[in-house]
Ligand binder design. Structure first.
Ligand code: MG
Ligand code: MG
Length: 269
């Protein structure tokens, strides 16, 4: 059952989502060749604790760390380790915080050093598909409208949209109803209402959409070992429209990136 949130609850959720956003912004400056994902995971753990929150992933279903760090062909749920990042890697960093009794869940795929143009393009298009989905979070539309918008944009560029892993409602726990697939039919699924809060998170592959689940119980890779990209925002429906609770602005500030992609999705409530 979908747990719609009050305005007051959505404001509390924004605090949790903003803390994840700040955590990713802090990490943006640290992600470079030679750094290990375990080191970055430690930084995130300290940062979240220092801000009076708990890392939401640590211990979730037995997950051993605060960040899911998924380089290159890893799609999501990668476990931090001692392997240094290399020039040309891309890495999805997925982070969750637990603050005010609510979860923030947010991810960005970073470039490490100089990345191949075809991979850069994959990242760009995956992020665009996220915003296409967010734009559909309008009262009276349906979850399938979000799914369709994400899929249509990614597949138009010839990419594979992962089927087995989906976005989700978010709230007092990390995964609530409804599921938000990155593929689907327009006009299908649950009706979108004020107070809906969901994590939209396209996982898009350069090659095949097919993935492999590994024996560690977590790691997911593309079947053809080509790169995968993953971006995630927490979105609430307020006054009939989508409002972003998370933001990539801290990352962009850290990396000197100019963007107005979120402009339409920030307003006071
Ligand atoms: Mg996430
Ligand atoms: Mg999520």
């Amino acid at each position: 059952m979908i747990q719609l949130k009050t305005i007051e609850e959505i404001r509390l959720m924004r605090d949790a989502a903003q803390l994840v956003s700040k955590t990713l912004g802090m990490l943006a400056k640290e992600i470079k060749p030679g750094v290990t994902t375990k080191y970055l995971d430690n930084l995130a753990y300290q940062f979240i604790k220092d801000h009076g929150a708990e890392p939401a992933f640590l211990g979730y279903g037995g997950f051993p760390n605060s960040l899911c760090m998924s380089p290159n062909e890893q799609v999501v749920h990668g476990i931090p380790n001692d392997t240094p990042l290399r020039d040309g890697d891309v890495i999805s960093v997925d982070c969750g915080t637990y603050l005010n009794g609510f979860v923030g869940d947010h991810a960005y795929t970073f470039e490490v050093g100089e990345v191949a143009p075809e991979t850069k393009k994959l990242l760009q298009v995956t992020k665009e598909s996220l915003y296409k989905g967010i734009a559909q979070c309008i009262r009276g539309k349906r979850i399938g409208d979000i799914s369709y918008a994400v899929q249509e944009h990614a597949e138009k560029h010839g990419y594979g949209v992962v089927r087995e892993l989906v976005g989700h409602g978010v709230g007092r726990v990390m995964h609530e109803d409804p599921q938000v697939p990155n593929y689907g039919r327009k006009g299908s699924g649950k009706v979108i209402k004020d107070g809906l809060v969901i994590a939209i998170e396209p996982m898009v592959n350069l090659g095949t959409e097919k993935v492999k689940f590994h024996n560690d119980g977590w790691t997911v890779t593309t079947l053809d070992n080509k790169p995968s990209a993953h971006f995630e925002h927490d979105v609430a429906v307020v006054h009939g429209k989508p409002v972003l609770l998370s933001t990539f602005q801290y990352i962009y500030d850290a990396l000197g990136i100019q963007s107005n992609e979120e402009e339409a999705f920030h307003f006071d409530f």
